[in-house]
Write a protein that binds this ligand. Sequence first.
Ligand code: AMP
Ligand code: MN
Ligand code: MN
Ligand code: MN
Length: 282
Amino acid sequence: MEFNRYKKYDLHCHSIASDGELTPAELVRYAHGCGVEVLALTDHDVTAGYAEAADEANRLGLEFVSGVEISVSWGKQLLHIVGLNFDVENAALQAGLSGLRHQRTGRAKEMASRLAKLGIDGALVGAQAYVNGQILSRTHFARFLLDNGHVKTMQAAFDRYLGDGKKAYVASEWIPLAQAVEWIHSAGGHAVIAHPARYRLSATKLRWLFDEFKQLGGAGLEVISGRQDINVTKNMADYAKKYELRASIGSDYHGPSQAWSNMGKMPPLPEACEPIWELWQG
Ligand code: AMP
Ligand code: MN
Ligand code: MN
Ligand code: MN
């Protein structure tokens, strides 16, 4: 494979294997139509979409890289760590991801019982009806709440019920940062901090995070995530340089109904960044 700076990369997106709206093949076709040349499918805690997406990418002549977005607890903070370019068959990684999916089931039951106490019945079965893959996510609950008239928008479902600290939010102990990095490494991949600006961490906490991540052998951070302000991009590019972390780029596209991000619309990484894909040559 040839990875160079001038190609169009999207190394973060979702299919129906997690909480996206398109099948893996549809997603690849959409990405191709948007001009993406190198794509990674990074479903939450699952790689079940890999084979279908890889086949379609192969058919279209689009470079396809394996990916996953792992749920991590960093103290009380939920973090998302993206793994890229690893062996999807790796047993340690797959056992770990399977444990996370199992945990999601328990959390979903608890969320449903909180919603029931708020007068919203049937949320577990309701949310499950939107699941096409092996994971049950808050996005599926949000769709249930929206389609049953409990909220007017997906955003409102998170603002009122599902967002961190909201009425039906269930704090979950995912896995430690070190564990996620270790699984990714054991499968031969590179670990990347997803959408670092979205956690709204203070500058001090961000520095702690980058420090710890670098010490664990983490490879990079998403300098560009979806549609973000140019100042955020500059800030993240500075952090990447300071902590000697590689830069990644991903839309975090979930499907046509989610307006906050789209494929093929992101600017290229700032020139000063060292792109993550330079580690993949050969
Ligand atoms: P989970 O992994 O089950 O905790 O669900 C997290 C997912 O919910 C994220 O990956 C997003 O796709 C979605 N999400 C989180 N916050 C929002 C929001 N404010 N509006 C819409 N979707 C959101
Ligand atoms: Mn998601
Ligand atoms: Mn995420
Ligand atoms: Mn994502």
